[in-house]
Write a protein that binds this ligand. Structure first.
Ligand code: BDP
Length: 701
């Protein structure tokens, strides 16, 4: 009896003492601040960081102070001391140009080009003491600088000879939440909405601040709270009061709130307005929007603006009144103009009447409107011409609207990439888009240079990502999906960062800094997108997804006869071959690109194979660069994709002893499912296409 008691006590103590033994539920994302386990490095850091000089006179600075306390206590195992003067080595001096110490250091010239959000981090000597200065023009720049500084320690970077200056390449770096007011997240795979509308404005969930903090740590500065398929109710007084509460929480983190609006809100049929129309040319409608804007800004002085899905997938819009997208957007711009808000008008339109080829429609509707939008209107276009497919060529609108700031919409939530079940690291995909050369002004006209405004000198710049967050404890469902949120923020700040660098940082911050773990997890992540393309839609195939659900494959038109635009419409497999002819002999979507891209895509022999079946209906015997036939290559790609998933699972299993057990187990379960489901993808597609190719599936070559 006695012995049993002793054993029990030891177990309890063991559980309580070691953070290591407590499972990691993923809530802390990449802000875990686990103690540096290399004693030598720990000592070096402890010597270089002894005290903090920070005058605290704003909410943002209190946040900075708390973050430093939490970060340094965690990483270095010691509470930093806060002081007002520098008298020994190891002071971290944090301040804007107005702070006396920074002023005395004569940094005005260096601060000036950093703008409101930029910062620098420098190693300096003050009166003989080794110090580090984090300086910025605004408090929010300090917050970003402090997160960068903590990241240096989290990722085990040297803290000597620092000379870092950073500012965002893109001005508006937003998340779009496709969250409905009833709590259901459209295309959400991580639980319900984070916004507890029923409880607001009275009950302000502590998670709101955690959300803002996570975003600030990666430089996201705005959030559209509600679904683009907008419920008009969001503009009622009740909801605006709730929105204002969220805005109050987010403000000190540098995050502005935006709303998706329903274009017919002024119409009484929407249940919100009192008019008989929503025609953008009607003076009463225009006044309605102006009054609503005034009401919003009274509650939320820094409100960011409106996002609009109009005349798309059944949503109302100006075309209902024979007006153009520009008419609609400009009316809203007129209402927001007095207040420093913007309109983000989506170009996700694909009206069948415009052209039989869906891929061409947005370009055809929007290019003629270039130059017709008010100066505070963004046109927000998805990265590809169809719809967040595993791989698409860039939407040809980019480059073709030099007078209109185009804002790309990326999708962080994996609607078409295996939901939150598949491990798919999206940074390599986004990099492919940013680096895609549109040739809009000759060679070197990358998408990145359009988005950051350098190519066309845009008057404002922006980017958005459809969020993958929900109220699951770990925010994103799949642990690795957190990496996509992280990567989106980092790339929105600086699209020239490499996918590898971002993965490296994320793993060290979120999982482990152990070399083996870092290299194994990184190699899993880096090839995971290409693998997903291969087992879902290789060689330019697209949209062969189960109708609506968009998870599994659905290549057979017979199974989805209601939807004339799915499946067969896209893959067009027949006895001769497979693929959508978008060359000059077909829909000529290739003709929407700039030369020499259009010629390159148009010619089956020069079209990059990754886009082959996007632009061409290629024969089953078509010779591929590998020497295989198209059919052989298709089989090869599908098998390569599924093989990669098996390899990921095996690689993950080698980490069992090195990482947190809860993360290990949850990822393993998902990888096992991904293995099964990717094989279903492969087999369903190959079985189906085999009916046309009339050639057996070959696994080996
Ligand atoms: C599609 C989604 C749908 C969205 C739509 C959009 O399936 O849920 O409402 O895009 O972006 O990809 O408006």
């Amino acid at each position: 009896m006695k012995r049993k008691g002793v054993i029990l006590i030891i177990c309890v103590v063991g559980f309580c003492l070691g953070d290591i033994t407590l499972a990691d539920d993923g809530y802390q994302l990449w802000l875990k601040y686990k103690k540096i386990d290399d004693p030598l490095l720990l000592r070096q850091y402890q010597e270089l960081v002894t005290s903090i000089v920070l005058i605290e006179d704003s909410k943002t600075r209190s946040i900075i102070r708390d973050e430093l306390k939490r970060g340094l206590k965690g990483l270095l195992g010691k509470n930093p001391t806060f002081t007002e003067s520098v008298d020994k080595d190891g002071a971290i001096i944090i301040g804007t140009g107005n702070c006396t110490i920074i002023k005395n250091l004569n940094y005005a010239n260096e601060l000036e080009p950093l703008g409101g959000e930029g910062y620098f981090i420098k190693s300096i000597k003050i009166t003989g003491s080794k110090s580090i200065v984090i300086a910025a023009n605004e408090d929010v720049g300090l917050l970003y600088g402090v997160f960068h500084f903590l990241r240096l320690i989290q990722t085990r970077q040297p803290l000597t000879d620092l000379n870092i200056a950073s500012k965002p390449k893109i001005q508006y770096r937003l998340l779009n939440h496709w969250d409905n007011l009833n709590g259901v997240v459209e295309r959400g795979y991580a639980g319900k909405s984070l916004w507890k509308w029923k409880d607001l404005p009275g009950d302000v969930n502590s998670r709101y601040a955690d959300y803002a903090r996570a975003n600030a740590s990666i430089g996201i500065n705005g959030t559209v709270l509600n679904n683009v398929n907008a419920n008009p109710k969001i503009l009622t007084a009740d909801y605006l009061e709730k929105v204002a509460k969220l805005a109050d929480v987010f403000r000190p983190y540098g995050i502005r709130v935006f709303l998706s609006i329903n274009f017919s809100s002024p119409n009484k049929r929407s249940g919100v307005g009192e008019l008989n129309t929503a025609d953008p040319m009607n003076p009463e409608v225009r006044l309605w929007w102006k009054n609503r804007a005034k009401q919003i800004y009274e509650l939320i002085p820094d409100f960011g603006g409106f996002l609009v899905k109009a005349n798309s997938e059944g949503m109302p819009g100006p075309q209902d009144y024979n007006r153009t997208h520009a008419d609609g957007a400009n009316m809203l711009a007129e209402a927001l103009a007095p207040y420093n808000g913007v309109v983000m008008w989506r170009a996700f339109v694909y009206d069948e009447k415009v052209d039989p080829d869906r891929a061409k429609r947005a370009y055809m509707e929007f290019v003629p409107l270039d130059g017709k939008f008010n100066s505070i209107v963004f046109v927000q276009a998805k990265n590809g011409p169809i719809d967040f497919q595993p791989r698409e060529p860039v939407q040809p609108l980019f480059g073709a609207m030099p007078q209109t700031p185009l804002m790309p919409e990326l999708q962080i939530t994996q609607e078409y990439l295996g939901h939150s079940t598949h491990l798919v690291y999206l940074a390599p995909m986004w990099k492919e888009y940013f680096e895609f050369d549109t040739y809009a002004k000759g060679r070197g006209s990358s998408l990145g240079s359009i988005v950051d405004g350098t190519l066309h000198n845009y008057r404002m710049t922006g980017i958005t990502g459809v969020a993958n967050t929900g109220d699951d404890r770990n925010w994103c469902g799949h642990f690795f999906a957190q990496a996509n949120w992280f990567a989106y923020g980092r790339l929105a700040w600086d699209h020239t960062l490499s996918a590898e660098q971002i993965a490296d940082d994320w793993i060290r911050m979120s999982l482990s800094a152990d070399d083996k773990v870092v290299s194994t997890a990184k190699s899993m992540m880096l090839g995971s997108w290409e693998a997903c393309v291969n087992y879902m839609t290789p060689l330019g195939l697209h949209h062969i997804m189960q109708a609506n659900f968009h998870y599994g494959p659905e290549p057979d038109y017979e199974k989805a006869p209601r939807l004339d635009w799915t499946s067969v419409y896209y893959h067009r497999a027949d006895a001769n071959g497979i693929g959508f002819d978008r060359s000059s002999t077909g829909s000529n979507a290739a003709g929407q690109y700039f030369s020499p891209l259009r010629e390159m895509f148009d010619d089956i022999d020069t079209c990059p194979e990754k886009y082959l079946l996007w632009f061409h209906h290629a024969g089953w015997e078509h010779k591929m660069q590998s020497g295989r036939t198209l059919w052989g290559e298709l089989c090869y790609k599908y098998y390569t994709g599924t093989k990669y998933v098996e390899d990921m699972l095996n690689a993950w299993q080698t980490l069992e002893k090195d990482i947190d057990p809860e993360i290990y187990a949850s990822v393993k379960t998902r990888l096992e499912k991904q293995k099964v489901d990717s094989a279903v993808w492969r087999d369903t597609c190959l079985d189906y296409f085999r009916k046309f190719s009339k050639t057996p599936v070959s696994e080996s070559n």
